[in-house]
Design a protein around this ligand. Structure first.
Ligand code: ADP
Ligand code: MG
Length: 285
């Protein structure tokens, strides 16, 4: 039970009244919440402090909070405030009501090239904004991409695995094995001990997401994790016949096994397929 509950089934956290469960992830539950004084609705991510035992994880959570609070972009889920109780940590975020991108793709089988491009442009805009601030998501996948109620805006959530590279850090590389198997870049599998470049890992994952929206299936898909990894590292990608020449050109570039040959997000924006009907996001001051 949440501290501050007035009666069974009605829970309060600070000035927020807790409503329906929206989703569950690796770090905890996300519930709908309303600020009764303003009537404004939010999404509240609840993380049990008991699940955050080691100092290192506490640091990770603090980092996640700092990262999300600093982000102000139309394609990034905004964090409003963070509350704590003896048991829990509560993150108050924008409520995004259109569901996960994953569900939109599953419902329709696959997305049209026009819809795919709209979401991809917004995904790249949001990630590029993060990359210019030396923030890497490192867990990009359709479950962490939410859609607005009218399905016109994509918003990136779940910065639990992101990390800010210190400006004075000697190493340009990130060392941990993280992420979801289907979206993991080949260099994470083959060279974990040598580290990897966070921005190129995000470019790879964005390429897999682009392929997935357009095809309705993923380029590397094996039930066995070892076989999946082998395929990510060694197998060439087969492009479905309905993919346009320009999108294949972009995908071939983003999904190069060698991260050094992969484009930056800025370079992705220069591809012909990306530039069609592109309206850059308006970033608030
Ligand atoms: P975790 O870090 O535990 O994976 P996420 O931040 O990914 O948690 O949230 C888990 C799920 O909760 C998401 O996949 C999504 O379905 C839902 N969710 C997360 N944030 C929001 C939000 N701002 N608005 C609506 N639903 C959300
Ligand atoms: Mg998640």
């Amino acid at each position: 039970p949440v501290p501050g509950a007035l009666q069974p089934g009605v829970a309060r956290v600070g000035k927020y009244l807790m409503l329906d469960l929206l989703g569950e992830g690796a770090f905890g539950k996300v519930r709908q919440a309303v600020d009764e004084s303003s009537g404004k609705q939010y999404a509240m991510k609840i993380m049990a402090k008991s699940h955050i035992k080691a100092n290192e994880l506490t640091l990770q959570v603090r980092r996640e909070i700092a990262v999300m609070k600093a982000m102000r972009h139309p394609n990034i889920v905004n964090l409003h405030e963070v509350l704590t109780s003896t048991k829990n940590l509560y993150m108050v975020m924008d409520l995004v009501t259109g569901g996960e991108l994953f569900d939109a793709v599953a419902e329709q089988g696959r997305l049209s090239e026009a819809t795919t491009r709209l979401y991809f442009q917004q995904l790249v805009d949001g990630i590029h904004y993060c990359h210019t601030r030396r923030v890497f998501h490192r867990d990009l996948k359709p479950e962490n991409l939410l859609l607005s109620g009218d399905k016109q805006t994509l918003k990136i959530t779940d910065f639990g695995l992101s990390s800010i590279k210190a400006q004075n850090a000697s190493s340009e590389l990130l060392h941990t094995i993280m992420g979801s198997p289907h979206y993991i870049a080949p260099e994470i599998i083959t060279s974990a001990s040598e580290g990897y470049e966070g921005s190129k890992v995000d470019v790879w994952a964005a390429g897999i997401i682009l392929f997935g929206m357009l095809a309705g299936f993923l380029p590397f898909d094996e039930v066995d994790t070892k076989a999946l990894y082998r395929s990510i590292v060694h197998s060439p990608i087969q492009y479905p016949p309905h993919f346009s020449y320009d999108v294949i050109k972009l995908l071939r570039s983003m999904l190069q096994k060698d991260p050094n040959r992969r484009p930056s997000m800025e370079q992705v924006k220069a591809f012909a397929w990306f530039k069609v009907d592109y309206e850059p996001a308006v970033v608030p001051e």
